[in-house]
Design a protein around this ligand. Structure first.
Ligand SMILES: NC(=O)C1=CN([C@@H]2O[C@H](COP(=O)(O)OP(=O)(O)OC[C@H]3O[C@@H](n4cnc5c(N)ncnc54)[C@H](OP(=O)(O)O)[C@@H]3O)[C@@H](O)[C@H]2O)C=CC1
Ligand SMILES: CC(=O)[C@@H](O)[C@H](O)COP(=O)(O)O
Ligand SMILES: [Mn+2]
Length: 389
């Protein structure tokens, strides 16, 4: 039986992977699972999946994890070295689903000849995309996109040669504030921003969807995954989240990936590719849906898109800075320390403050730029504390 390891096993993506493993018993046995701080959830996951090894990022949680796994025969470890061990243990496929740039080092550590990375963590590609893709190719590691839009595009691209691709379009739900005024959005509380209209996801990506930064990050992610220049990528708002991505070819043909908004679908594709497995994922019923609608994103109410596009076009570490500042600002917003527009204000101010530099050529480069941006963003945050602009 093939082996699977799951980095970020206790999160939203991790749960969808569990659903699929239950749908397809006998497809994979689980080698390693890794999580951040939640010992009880990680121990429960490791036991349920009968994993051989469990790693927790919190260095102080090692003893608690070992105790929670006592009698199970599951080995465990804590801290950065344990995460690397989880990533490097023998496995055919590694699911990369840690949230944030924290996933970069373990994901790169998982690269190995002939191995597949089922990549959910988009921040890896935003922070260090050129290095990440080149290193995967150098090591003979296959990168398959789990992110719903990129997975749809990956499948749609099979319809023609890369040189015949005119444009790639990602869809955006528009988030919970699609129909709200700028004034209403400025007052939005985390509890409102966390109500995604279509997807149930972790907190960080859900806030990114509300600002539309998620789509900005995804444009950068797509540029690295599909190796086309920035101007070939576009985003369109599609409130139903049924069409996930489209590929326009030079002859006027357009291929698209459709599915109900259920991460089970792209994950199933990544786990089975090039085969297909029978799943319990939600099925698409066009008649029941009735209509699919599309509109242009409003970049005035959602400034994140323009910030991400500028970082995408700038060759260098702008996207690394953007990602780090966004992570800091989203955490501050969730803690009630800044207003909703404080997120994009912090990102813009951090990008203004740091004078660029070359694109990261290693994980260490990326983490150094990330740390520099976090320090700058932390200094800038108080400027936006009372200002629900
Ligand atoms: N959810 C979705 O539908 C989609 C998610 N993605 C991407 O997938 C990634 C995961 O998203 P999602 O599952 O929603 O996030 P969640 O917040 O639900 O889960 C995050 C996971 O990462 C772990 N984690 C957090 N911090 C660290 C750390 N410092 N070191 C190691 N592990 C850590 C968490 O552990 P713990 O539980 O202990 O905190 C948890 O297992 C993100 O990059 C997101 O953008 C992409 C497309 C769709
Ligand atoms: C499920 C998935 O892939 C998310 O990235 C999703 O796209 C978020 O929704 P938005 O389209 O609102 O950003
Ligand atoms: Mn997505």
């Amino acid at each position: 039986m093939k082996r699977l390891s799951i980095l970020g096993a206790t999160g939203s993506i991790g749960h969808s992977v569990r659903t699929l493993l239950a749908d397809a018993p006998g497809l994979y046995e689980v080698e390693a699972v890794a999580g951040g701080r939640d010992v009880a959830a990680l121990a429960e996951t490791a036991r349920a999946l009968n994993a051989r090894f469990a790693a927790i990022a919190d260095p102080a949680a090692g003893r608690a994890l070992a105790e929670a796994l006592a009698g199970s025969g599951i080995a465990s470890g804590a801290g950065p070295s344990a995460l690397i061990e989880a990533a490097q243990r023998e496995a055919d496929v590694v699911v990369s689903a840690i949230v944030g740039v924290a996933g970069l080092a373990p994901t790169v550590a998982a690269f190995a000849p002939g191995r597949r990375i089922a990549l959910a963590n988009k921040e890896c590609l935003v922070a260090a995309g050129a290095f990440f893709m080149a290193e995967a190719a150098r090591q003979g590691t296959e990168i398959l996109p789990v992110d719903s839009e990129h997975n749809a595009i990956f499948q749609a691209l099979e319809a023609g040669p890369r040189k015949a691709v005119e444009k790639i379009t990602l869809t955006a739900s528009g988030g919970p504030f699609r129909l709200k005024s700028r004034e209403e959005i400025a007052r939005a509380l985390p509890k409102d921003a966390l109500k995604h209209p279509n997807w149930s996801m972790g907190a960080k990506i859900t806030i990114d969807s509300a600002t539309l930064m998620n789509k900005g990050l995804e444009l950068i992610e797509a540029m690295h995954l599909f190796a086309l220049p920035p101007e070939r990528f576009d985003a369109v708002v599609h409130p139903e989240s049924v069409v996930h991505g489209l590929v326009s070819f030079v002859d006027g043909s357009v291929t698209a990936g459709l599915a109900m908004p259920d991460m089970c679908v792209p994950i199933a594709h990544c786990l089975a590719f090039p085969d297909r497995i029978v799943t319990s994922c939600r099925r698409l019923d066009l008649v029941a849906l009735g209509r699919l609608s599309f509109e242009a994103p409003d970049e005035a109410r959602f400034p994140a898109l323009a910030l991400a596009r500028a970082a995408m076009a700038a060759d260098g570490m702008a996207a690394t800075i953007l990602n780090a500042a966004n992570e800091v600002a989203v955490a501050a917003y969730l803690e009630g320390r800044i207003g909703f527009y404080g997120i994009t204000d912090t990102v813009a101010a951090t990008l203004d403050r740091i004078n660029g530099g070359p694109a990261p050529a290693s994980v260490a480069d990326a983490m150094e730029a990330d740390a520099q941006a976090r320090r700058a963003a932390a200094v800038l945050l108080p400027k936006f504390s009372a200002k629900a602009s």
